[in-house]
Design a protein around this ligand. Sequence first.
Ligand SMILES: Nc1ncnc2c1ncn2[C@@H]1O[C@H](COP(=O)(O)OP(=O)(O)OP(=O)(O)O)[C@@H](O)[C@H]1O
Length: 312
Amino acid sequence: MIQTEDLSKAFGDFVAVDGLNLHVGAGEVLALLGPNGAGKTTTVRLLTSVLRPTRGWATVAGYDVVHQPQKVRANVGVLTEQHGLYARMTGEEYLYFFAELYGLKGNAAHHRVHTLLEQFGLADVARRRIGEYSKGMRQKLALVRALLHAPPVLLLDEPTSAMDPENARIVRETIRELRRANHTIILCTHNLTEAEMLANRIAIIRRGRILFNDTPDALKRHLLGAPVFELRFAQAWEGDLPFLPDGVTLIARGVDWIHLRIENPHQSNPYLLASFAQLNAPLLYFSELPRSLEDAYLRAVSMDLEEAHATS
Ligand SMILES: Nc1ncnc2c1ncn2[C@@H]1O[C@H](COP(=O)(O)OP(=O)(O)OP(=O)(O)O)[C@@H](O)[C@H]1O
């Protein structure tokens, strides 16, 4: 649904997006993560035909961003940081205005606008002028506008940055539903917890280049090494450890716990469990220590660029 090859954009001598190769299929959410100024918004602007690439190409919903901009816009819903809302219109007027631009009329427009206003808790303020809306309300209205024409592709730049926790949850739930309904979504965000909750792929961009593009689990393994497991005992246990097979390393040990780095849990864990049981260790539980996407991201952006390219 979204495909790019060598997609690049320079502003004068400065290269903001440099050789992007992306493929995001139907039913996928790709989180595009990166420091301020990394090139995320420029990428979104290229994918919505707002900017023209200086090199490479991109198609969105099968349409070329340079040669078929109208088709691209008809198939993309975009939420940018600048919402472009008209302060003097009411929320409802604003949505009808866009519904008409998208070819929705009469009952169909009425139904769509009101369903979305209800879904996002904006029905009560629909007849108030946008100038009187709070930041979060504006962001919701901009998101409703992006969803009006039920586009198969969504490009969402920080969709919950201004929202309170309750509204952020509504938006996250909407993104999950859209994914289940086979939409294709690129989510630009600095909220790594949210990225981890919503995305099936994570791309990390730095200085206009994608350094990593993988599933969250693969990315963590790649950047943070093999997973670490904790064995916790019901009481102090300081017996000798069993023989540790290849790929299992002792990381640390306390009176009632042991941490092991395990390269291949599927192979090693059944053996380890049986071995500890044989030693009569009072095992309480054996589980993987959680590792956050934040740890992996911080590792990726703290590497110097050469090291990151070599690792990716
Ligand atoms: N129209 C422009 N002219 C010149 N430079 C630009 C233009 N638009 C963006 N840039 C530069 O391109 C780089 C990438 O900007 P972009 O807005 O894509 O970053 P971003 O990853 O979205 O950052 P943020 O997380 O802060 O939103 C920045 O250095 C920015 O200054």
